[in-house]
Design a protein around this ligand. Structure first.
Ligand code: ADP
Length: 260
């Protein structure tokens, strides 16, 4: 496996990284972090070398979903840390540097600066893809990160609900403004199948992801259902792609990954 390198050579701190991909959502709670971790694992299981930077400073959940709670990164040298490791991936999150009781009260520029530092002062191994789990929204932090971090592209996670799509559009516009290519839309919580009677219901509406994809000439990479097992697997620190690699859900993530 070798992903095409999109990052320019010689960016200090990112010499070993071929592609940095932002995973973004306008709205919080649409499943951006869940999608990031499963997609990253799908890429890793296909043979790619993958890292995750959890930049969702106000609700960092990657370390919990990967069973890394309470672990501390080892210091490599002055101002450099080794990332943690989970399921063969390199992982760095602010959650592993602060305690549960440390409040995240940073303002935009401060938070963006700290995240950039976290990105560049981590001793990343050779990586085909470094996925950044972005903070939700399109405020100062997100804009500043998308300008300062050399991104190969961005993925947009949304539910089909109008209110989520409106915010997803803002995300696409933000990346367009700073000339970051949109690699595709991942529609999460597209439908739900009742485990009792098998009835399928589009709880958050239908076709939303396709509508914005058409509007911007981009692709819907996956339509992921609301799934109790998916949620339970994340809560237990063993995401579905690892726990049930042959499940339809795991297949959907790996198909999305193959389109990157
Ligand atoms: P975000 O990063 O957008 O804030 P999360 O990935 O943290 O969203 O997801 C929000 C909540 O919804 C989490 O508790 C997660 O486990 C759950 N969740 C996300 N996607 C799904 C899904 N497809 N089916 C069931 N639960 C999901």
């Amino acid at each position: 496996w070798s992903a095409l390198r999109c990052l320019p050579e010689g960016i200090e701190g990112l010499e070993s990284v071929a592609n940095v991909i932002a995973v973004a959502s306008g709205k919080g709670g649409v499943g951006k972090s869940s999608t990031t971790v499963n997609l990253a694992l799908a890429l890793a299981s296909a043979g790619a070398r993958v890292g995750i930077l959890d930049a969702d400073i106000y609700g960092p959940s990657q370390s919990h979903m990967l069973g890394l709670d309470g672990q501390r990164p080892r210091v490599k040298a002055e101002k450099q840390m080794y990332p943690l490791e989970a399921y063969g991936m390199a992982v760095m999150s602010m959650a592993n540097l602060v305690t549960d009781k440390t409040p995240m009260v940073w303002r935009g520029p401060m938070a963006a600066g700290a995240l950039q530092q976290l990105l560049l002062q981590t001793a990343w191994p050779e990586l085909d893809y470094l996925l950044i789990d972005m903070p939700p929204g399109t405020g100062d932090i997100q804009l500043s990160l998308s300008q300062k971090i050399p991104l190969s592209g961005a993925l947009i996670v949304t539910t089909p609900q109008d209110i989520a799509l409106i915010d997803a559009l803002k995300g696409i516009e933000m990346f367009n403004k700073v000339n970051v290519p949109i690699l595709g839309v991942l529609e999460n919580m597209s439908s739900h199948v009742c485990s009792n009677c098998g009835h399928k219901e589009a709880i958050f509406g239908e076709g939303g992801g396709e509508r914005i994809a058409r509007q911007y000439g981009i692709e819907v990479l996956a339509q992921l259902p609301i799934d109790k097992q998916l949620r339970e697997d994340l809560d237990s620190g063993t995401p579905t792609v690892v726990k049930s690699p042959t499940s339809p859900l795991a297949m959907a993530y790996s198909e999305a990954g193959s389109k990157l």
